[in-house]
Design a protein around this ligand. Sequence first.
Ligand code: SAH
Length: 403
Amino acid sequence: MCYAIPGKITGLDGRVATVDYYGEKRNAYIDLVPDLTIGSYVYAQGGFVVSRISEAAAQDILKDWRELFFKLQETDRRLSNDPKTLYERANAIRQKHQGNSCCIHGILEFSNYCARNCHYCGIRRDNKKLTRYRLDTNEILEAVDYASNKLGFKALVLQSGEDVWYTDDKLHEIVTEIRKRCPVLIFVSIGERDLSTFKRLYDAGARGVLLRFETSDEALYSRLKPDSKLKTRLEMLKALREMGYLIITGFLVGLPKQKGKDILESIKLTAELGAEMFSFGPFIPHPETPLSGAALPSLEQMLKTIARARLTTPDARILVTTALETLDKENGARQGLMAGANSLMINVTPLKYRKLYDIYPNRAGVEDDTNSRIDSVLKLLYLLGRAPTDLGVALETASKTMS
Ligand code: SAH
């Protein structure tokens, strides 16, 4: 199973390698993997080389992939031709600026304990009906090992509620051990912690953070997150980016009393924060929260938000979130990908825990075995001419952001 294809290093300039994929060049940082030279074959994710592989193994994979690689590009070009509607225009812009590569990150939800009490969220502290769970260090390492070494994921998000049971030392050990055993790019999504915690995790080899700012409207933020401030979160996101982290951030669409203007502002703010990936999803009311009676946003509103985000930021990676898939389990992912999105996440949480990560009801994919979910995602991507691979940052974009 392959989520990224190997590339060959054809140039090295300080911390940055040029990696060649069938003639297409991408840039990637090399600091996670020692002793790389020109001619090394590597896997890169999100602009970082995550592992090296032997030339023989790389050649085998590249031979198998070559025909499919170009065929998918052709299908994608054909499907993005002659755009007329808003969605088609967004899709054509995606094709032009980002090509057909589609990131597929795995997500491991390792604890549903949460110290916060956000009004929209089903794992909020005051939801006493929820059975709480935590994966211990060994369970996390086992799940990550399976996702990486058996299923082939090259990028994984480790997500939890805000749970200080995972001390800095524990988190540090988890990230260190993963880097030792698994060729993956690690994103952490653990809410707000001290910057010193994130610094330790960066030094241990984590390179990404997923942290949404939820809404750009300060008053709405304070109402929905009674114990926190938008300003603190934004400052944290900026500091994390300065630390060198890739940032995945975004917002909720359809919150009660959210203004249309907030969605446009939130798209802008995501871009200003330098997000490597946009993550925004529909707000889905949870029965055990103060917002239980609220209305759901429509699929159309979500697709429009994706399309607008694409039109304003042509180079973005835009995620089809699980929440969007939950709005329309049959067609949500396909429609999102055809309205400007180009990334997906697959849940790799052990099935026995998955249902308990109950941020909102009826989440798509909670019942599915990960293997069958991978199969259906790949089928969809091939149908749309998308390559289930992350080819790193396009050379031009990379030279802009890396200079
Ligand atoms: N503790 C982490 C992870 C929180 S849960 C953090 O603070 O970043 C991950 C995301 O789920 C949240 O950022 C929020 O945007 C989303 N979420 C929570 N409740 C939701 C709901 N009812 N509908 C849709 N998304 C929700």
